[in-house]
Design a binder for this molecule. Sequence first.
Ligand SMILES: Nc1ncnc2c1ncn2[C@@H]1O[C@H](COP(=O)(O)OP(=O)(O)OP(=O)(O)O)[C@@H](O)[C@H]1O
Length: 268
Amino acid sequence: MTDAAVSVRDLHYKFGETKAVDGVDLVVERGEIFGLLGPNGAGKTTTIRAITALLPVPDGVISVFGLDVAKRRMAVRRLIGYVPQQLSADGSLSGVENVSLFARLFDVPRRERKAKVSEALEMMGLTDAAGRLAKTYSGGMIRRLELAQALVSSPQLLILDEPTIGLDPIARGSVWDRIAAVRAETGMTVLLTTHYMEEAEQSCDRVGLMHRGRLGKLGTPRELIDELGHDDATLEDVFREYSGGPLEEDQKGLRDVRATRRTAGRLG
Ligand SMILES: Nc1ncnc2c1ncn2[C@@H]1O[C@H](COP(=O)(O)OP(=O)(O)OP(=O)(O)O)[C@@H](O)[C@H]1O
């Protein structure tokens, strides 16, 4: 076990006969923004659900800040703020009520709750909208509300599953700006999944390319692009080279996910 934020050693995970994760090795260093990239079905969500102790894994395979996830499930969960792909905000509650609920769930001490809730909403630019019902929020505001919910317990590791999926480009930019600001202010480690290669290229310190349950290329976006050896290459080109095809070919289910998030864009 290491002292890194996350250490994964030879992770395998099957759903029935489907090998969702097929031997992943990964280290996320403290304080970095690490992007797990790949198409639908690559195994990204399964990998992060294993890291967040939501799936059973054998002893010694995953550690979070040196704690063995298999043995210290609850302690690990307390270190993590997780925003899943599915909607985690309640449209019938106001912004402040949604975040307060998470503060209670994550045992933020009663006397600190009010200040922590305000701070999390402020960090996500939602102070003015805090009193409104979440169902009146735009898709981008809901995503930021979900980030505020995850941040209210001051986690050491923020895990985001497709944080910008289904949002328009302006809302996507705003979510990335907020993630960068949180890291700059708190030094928090961020592990996220995305299939938006361009956004990952701009915002992640390091990325890992995942394809069919395996994590192949790992490095800074620049390193991976430079390996290709032509000047105007992009991370998308790196992925194509690595997987033998464009990202889009594996994207059949993506439209559904996008549609789900769009529906969720307006709650209620
Ligand atoms: N609960 C489940 N039951 C059965 N199969 C599953 C389940 N969850 C995932 N899988 C399968 O495991 C494989 C990896 O899925 P996973 O969700 O980890 O991929 P992903 O890269 O995160 O894609 P997405 O962006 O769609 O979530 C896929 O073949 C998927 O169909």
